[in-house]
Design a protein around this ligand. Structure first.
Ligand SMILES: C[S@@+](CC[C@H](N)C(=O)[O-])C[C@H]1O[C@@H](n2cnc3c(N)ncnc32)[C@H](O)[C@@H]1O
Length: 348
């Protein structure tokens, strides 16, 4: 048979397709993770389609579709001989003893995607209607999760994974001469453990919701640090901070809440710190000064509005400067890294 084929040069608008197909592509990423494709390829790089289908126990036609998606998304590559392998970062992210990305994907999949279907209405009304997906008491995701223990565990595994790669050196180092730090919204204690290990003379008090404080106490005890890490169950928005600390840390808290609430956090910290006391704020992310990017700040801002609290967003460094100045701090140092993670350290 003679087969003549002509093909015009492709005009592919990758960005447009990623926007339109984002939900489907994300589910392909989840499926590849859940079906074990990335783990299998990490252990057996250079597999043929047939061997992969057999190894994963998938119908060959399904595997073909999944591989097309993963190759198009540049997660997996196919050699000229028709063998498949993960891109290098994918193996580190999804396979091995401490995969760095699985908790993030599980958090997005189980917690964020369904609520995002309420985004238009949330924007219209200026509130977090996505929260309707998780019935229970309270008007923030953090309070609602207490009624959904498996989801709470997924959320804190995601947060803990973010922190387990460490806190910024600038932040940890600033606590070298401190005796007692309040870790406001400290979560399951991952940061407290890192700080207590870095500074043997430091006590840490975690302020968080009651169910999270329980997790943090278990974590501290498991590390043998329960003598130096304590918890203080409270609502950080309204309850007074414990006295006697010479440093206060807010890690991944300020983007959650409104400008007014953040202004209040800084003012209340200034009131409760002694002269020379340090306020450390690790948002972690800041947006560009003109609020036009980056993409990660845009996504997080949508998440805070539509689901987490209905009031937060990612702020530019200039907002922090204003809040610290208003509260009367004598100095403020701001360090932003290449990934837009920022640390603000104010001295009273
Ligand atoms: C995004 S997580 C950050 C956890 C940790 N600081 C970190 O850096 O990974 C926010 C934490 O703040 C807590 N939180 C949020 N709102 C709170 C409130 N109103 N009162 C007490 N804790 C709150 C949540 O329970 C959660 O542990």
């Amino acid at each position: 048979m003679e087969f003549r084929r002509t093909r015009e040069p492709a005009q592919r608008d990758r960005e447009l397709m990623l926007m339109l197909g984002g939900a489907g592509f994300f589910q392909a990423l989840v499926a590849a993770h859940e079906l074990g494709l990335f783990r299998y390829l990490a252990a057996h790089p250079g597999m043929s389609q047939a061997a992969l289908a057999e190894g994963l126990g998938l119908p060959p036609a399904s595997l073909r579709v999944l591989l097309l998606a993963c190759c198009a998304m540049k997660l997996v590559e196919r050699t000229q001989d028709g063998e498949y392998r993960n891109l290098e970062w994918v193996s580190a992210a999804f396979a091995g003893e401490r995969p760095s990305f699985t908790t993030v994907v599980e958090g997005f999949d189980r917690l964020l995607y369904q609520p995002f279907s309420r985004l238009t209405e949330s924007l219209r009304r200026g509130t977090n209607l996505g929260l309707d997906c998780y019935p229970g008491p309270g008007n923030t995701l953090y309070e609602r999760l207490a009624a959904h223990p498996p989801l709470e565990a997924i959320f804190h595994a995601w947060m803990s994974n973010l922190s387990s790669s460490g806190l910024p050196e600038r932040l940890t180092g600033a606590l070298h001469d401190r005796t007692h730090v309040l870790d406001v919204g400290g979560g399951d204690g991952t940061n407290a453990v890192l700080l207590a290990k870095a500074h043997p003379g430091l006590k840490v008090t975690i302020l968080d919701l009651p169910s999270i404080c329980e997790r943090a106490r278990a974590r501290a005890a498991a590390e043998g640090l329960d003598g130096r890490i304590s918890t203080h169950p409270c609502d950080i928005r309204t309850d007074p901070f414990p006295t006697g600390a010479d440093a206060i840390l807010f890690s991944r808290i300020f983007n959650i809440y409104s400008e007014e609430q953040n202004r209040g956090f800084v003012r209340r910290s200034a009131d409760s710190l002694p002269p020379g006391g340090l306020l450390l704020v690790f948002p972690s992310m800041v947006c560009d000064d003109d609020e036009t990017g980056p993409l990660s700040a845009a996504f997080l801002s949508l998440y805070f509005l539509c689901l987490a609290t209905g009031e937060g967003r990612v702020y530019p460094p200039s907002s922090y400067e204003e809040w610290f100045r208003e509260a009367g701090f004598s100095s403020l140092e701001c360090t932003v890294d290449a990934g837009d993670d920022a640390v603000f350290i104010g001295r009273k």
